[in-house]
Write a protein that binds this ligand. Structure first.
Ligand code: NAP
Length: 339
């Protein structure tokens, strides 16, 4: 699946194009992967912009290039000393059925994750993002409350699962009653507010009598300013992502919310900090050990929404923004066994 035109505003199916070609040769030091499941991710929306993040230093993806999504696949041929046919690996193999890799940025999928699709969810990038975010926030401290936006998404549900497993208190924000119930019943959020409900603010006020010590923000935009009154004195606003701003170049609303955000920052001594999971691979073994342990104890329940067929990748990516489902969304491109 390639980029056929740079998206203008909201994604369209014809921003993408299916192309066929020969399976590439495997050079010395490389291996061939047959993709099993491919990921759709909000951040891919940035990478396919004509000017990613509006900055000229970040190169845009050339038209006609394969969409560089993460995937889990099986090594089917290898001329690399560290990889053998049959190995199950995760990497940025792209929206395609086969890819050649030299091993850079590739992770071996650990045993104990259940279905291989979990290596793109709780046991992969979204789970690792949640883990690094909690590290950045200084861990889960007794008595501290986290408020999490986009809580039913891939990262948000992983954040809630980890906070619960570590004995913390988590309050989620979702759009819709089904997601609210899922977070309460399956993930173990302590309270969940529905941003689409008329009494959204009453729900938040009830759930946060002493405010949130950390606002783990996955969406940015106008919601960030709306949430500042609920952040406690000396609290932290942790910017994980700006989901609500990726489609419109960053405006995220008509109102300038900066003055009210700064007012809260100054008045309550709130810090605002961002983080990235990128470059934090030294923490990966500890992350994998915690996740596989929690899965073995059935303390966390991964939820993956599987869409079948490479040709459905564009719509699955569009749906992240237009019609989001609960949990992690992946597209299956070949049959996968259990791990
Ligand atoms: N910092 C890092 O290293 C890193 C790494 C990976 C991902 N991320 C970021 O993490 C965030 C979450 O990623 P994900 O994979 O969990 O995405 P996801 O599964 O698509 O979930 C995103 C959630 O955002 C909410 N949302 C979407 N549009 C919104 C809007 N306009 N206003 C308010 N909420 C909106 C939706 O929830 P409701 O409709 O239910 O509210 C949705 O469930 C993204 O911003 C992504 O870029 C950061």
């Amino acid at each position: 699946m390639t980029l056929s035109r740079y998206p203008e505003g909201r994604l369209r199916a014809d921003d993408f194009k299916i192309e066929t070609g020969a399976i590439p040769e495997v050079a010395e030091g490389s291996f061939l992967v047959r993709n099993l499941v491919v990921s759709v991710d909000p951040m891919l929306r940035i990478f396919i912009d004509r000017k990613p993040l509006g900055i000229s230093s970040m190169p845009s993806l050339p038209l006609g290039a394969t969409i560089p999504g993460a995937a889990v696949g099986e090594v089917v041929e290898s001329r690399h000393p560290d990889y053998q046919p049959g190995d199950i690996v995760e990497g940025r193999f792209g929206w395609q059925d086969h890819a050649v890799s030299n091993g850079q940025g590739v992770n071996r999928v650990p045993r104990g994750l259940g279905g291989v699709e979990n290596a793109l969810g709780i046991g992969g990038l979204p789970g690792f993002t949640a883990y690094i975010g909690l590290e950045t926030a200084g861990g889960v401290k007794p008595g501290h409350t986290f408020l999490v936006s986009g809580a039913a998404g891939a990262v948000g549900s992983a954040v809630g699962s980890l906070i619960r497993a570590r004995g913390g208190r988590a309050v989620g924000i979702v759009g819709g009653e089904d997601k609210r119930r899922y977070l309460l019943d399956e993930v173990g959020y302590d309270a969940v507010a529905d941003r689409l409900s008329p009494d959204f603010h009453a729900q938040l006020a009830q759930a946060l009598p002493n405010g949130a010590n950390v606002y783990f923000d996955n969406v940015g935009g106008p919601l960030l300013a709306e949430m500042m009154p609920y952040v406690a004195f000396g609290g932290l606003v942790l910017i994980c992502g700006l989901m609500s701003q990726y489609q419109d170049g960053g405006a995220g609303g008509d109102r300038d919310n900066l003055p009210s955000v700064l007012h809260a920052v100054m008045g309550k001594g709130i810090r605002i900090e961002s983080f990235s999971q990128y470059g934090r691979d030294a923490l990966r073994p500890a992350f994998e050990a915690e996740i596989t342990d929690l899965l073995a104890k059935r303390s966390i329940k991964p939820l993956v929404h599987i869409v079948d067929g490479l040709e459905r990748l564009p719509q699955a990516q569009i749906d992240l923004f237009e019609n989001s489902t609960t949990g992690k969304v992946v597209v299956r491109v070949a049959e996968a066994g259990a791990r």
